[in-house]
Design a protein around this ligand. Sequence first.
Ligand code: ZN
Length: 150
Amino acid sequence: MQKILNVSAIKDGTVIDHISPDVLFKVISILKLDLCRDMVTIGNNLESKQVGKKGIIKIENRFFEDHEVDRIALIAPQAKLNIIKDYKVVDKRSVSIPTEIDAIAKCFNPKCITNFEDVTTHFAVVSKKPLALKCRYCEKITFGDQLELK
Ligand SMILES: [Zn+2]
């Protein structure tokens, strides 16, 4: 028997699909969905033919800006965004890691100026998989498992 996930459809909003289960709550946190006043439906460890297990987040009345999509890409690079208007998928987007990252990530080096002065961080992405970001100020590399977003 086929199991069908019955989560309520949204009229307008965004479905973030194919999130790796171990980062689902990180995505919720970086998008500040804990503060969202619209309907948010979260499913985790759902069966997926493509990736084994996955997480999914449906957010009513939210459409993400490019800088927010970049944040999603850093945490969940395989995520797919479905844009819903009037119950229909009107657009599908893959997320992609940009070549430069401004303002959204923290440098892991505790001595870096960006961690004790009010300086906007800038990183060059030196590797996407595994993720490695080179700080413009101290030139140290922050790897994906050390990454914290602002
Ligand atoms: Zn730095």
